[in-house]
Design a protein around this ligand. Structure first.
Ligand code: GDP
Length: 359
């Protein structure tokens, strides 16, 4: 990226390495290059191609992942340059791989399949146009016809998937409405992947949610009941995590998984305050929340991983200065009681008193 500074690039590559790790790959190294604009044939320059090629030999590399979307042509040229066995993919394909691995429910699987088809649709066209060009225009009519056929098939499949997704969602909604007849408020955890949402959920509920240093440990919404010593309780639900550089093709699938938060009584925004880009991440989450029609729902912010920051006192003072922020460490348990108390206070504020219904 020519406009980003080195720091942002390195952060993005760090996230990409975490994603690769999540996909089950072992990362041996990363590199980047500043160009005025990406090379149309190979994305990177020829010198960089040679450099990566020697690294491939030295480390017996099987996969090379690019942090941006590659055109089908760039992908082919890079694979050719690196040698037959090396797989070249881009960030989107990597995330789709992870979605595939992690999709545990029918709904998530449908969402992933949909995202994959939508990823394929434009590439289909480019692939055929490329073949046409290779054939020197001789197959022009045929190629166009084939694109139309393939596109129609894909669009039909997309339509079928969307209908199925709709019906699955309706059933989940019915289930949720039933759940709402029990007067237990629902609290949703939102925030970036790796912010510590599932660790927090585990600490509070003893629920057996995946919690590991992996992105997307919680692709599917998971709900647990939190019971407090004073008798009050709430349902805590985890949501799919944000990604710094979410490819545009995956935005719809990502948002769909976030939709359910519109029915919660409270949104808890979990932040990894030890992250160098914490402020930017906060802004990004708030921007998406603002677009999700959840402005009426009260919010509470949690600054997690205070055990990891260099100056915890400074962070705590800053949290006090702003409003509605609780500092915690989901790992050590610091601040968890304060967190629960803050949740209760927020829920009290937002709920209509029972007396109001007495005639
Ligand atoms: P999620 O993707 O938001 O659900 O994040 P996880 O709960 O999976 O946490 C991601 C990583 O951060 C894991 O390696 C956790 O052990 C670690 N982590 C979570 N909370 C804390 C914390 O308070 N302090 C520290 N040092 N690490 C934490």
């Amino acid at each position: 990226g020519e406009t980003s500074d080195s720091f942002a690039i390195e952060e993005s590559l760090k996230e990409l390495a975490q994603l690769a790790d999540t996909a089950g790959l072992m990362v041996v190294g990363s590199t980047y290059q500043k160009l005025a604009s990406p090379n149309p044939r190979t994305y990177i320059g020829s010198g960089k191609v040679a450099e990566i090629k020697s690294a491939i030999r030295a480390f017996e590399v099987e996969t090379v992942i690019f942090d941006d979307e590659l055109s089908p042509g760039q992908l082919r040229n890079l694979e050719k340059a690196f040698g037959g066995d090396v797989r070249v993919c881009d960030r989107t394909a990597l995330i789709l791989d992870i979605f595939n691995q992690r999709a545990a429910t029918h709904e998530a699987a449908l969402q992933v399949a949909l995202a994959q088809m939508e990823y394929q649709l434009p590439r289909l066209t480019k692939m055929w146009t490329h073949l046409e060009r290779q054939a020197g225009g001789k197959v022009k009519g045929m190629g166009e016809k084939q694109i139309e056929v393939d596109k129609r098939i894909l669009r039909t499949q997309i339509g079928v998937l969307k209908k199925e997704l709709e019906s699955v969602r309706k059933h989940r909604k019915q289930y949720r409405n039933r759940r709402f007849s029990v007067p237990v408020p629902v609290v949703s955890l939102v925030g970036y992947t790796n912010a510590g949402k599932s660790t927090l959920l585990n600490q509070l509920t003893g629920a057996n949610v995946l919690s590991e240093d992996r992105l997307f440990a919680t692709l599917d919404p998971t709900t647990r009941r939190v019971q407090m010593k004073n008798g009050s309780e709430f349902l805590l639900t985890d949501t799919v995590g944000f990604i710094q550089k979410l490819p545009t093709t995956l935005v719809a699938a990502f948002r769909a998984t976030l939709e359910e938060i519109s029915e919660s009584s409270l949104l808890v925004h979990v932040v990894d305050i030890s992250h160098p880009l914490a402020e930017q991440q906060i802004d990004a989450v708030e921007k998406v929340l603002a677009e999700l029609d959840v402005s009426e729902i009260p919010k509470l912010m949690v600054w997690n991983k205070v055990d990891k920051v260099t100056d915890p006192e400074k962070i705590k003072l800053e949290a006090e200065r702003r409003e509605d922020i609780v500092c915690i460490s989901a790992l050590t348990g610091e601040g968890l009681l304060e967190f629960c108390t803050a949740v209760q206070e927020k829920l009290k504020d937002s709920m209509v008193p029972v007396e109001a219904f007495v005639p």
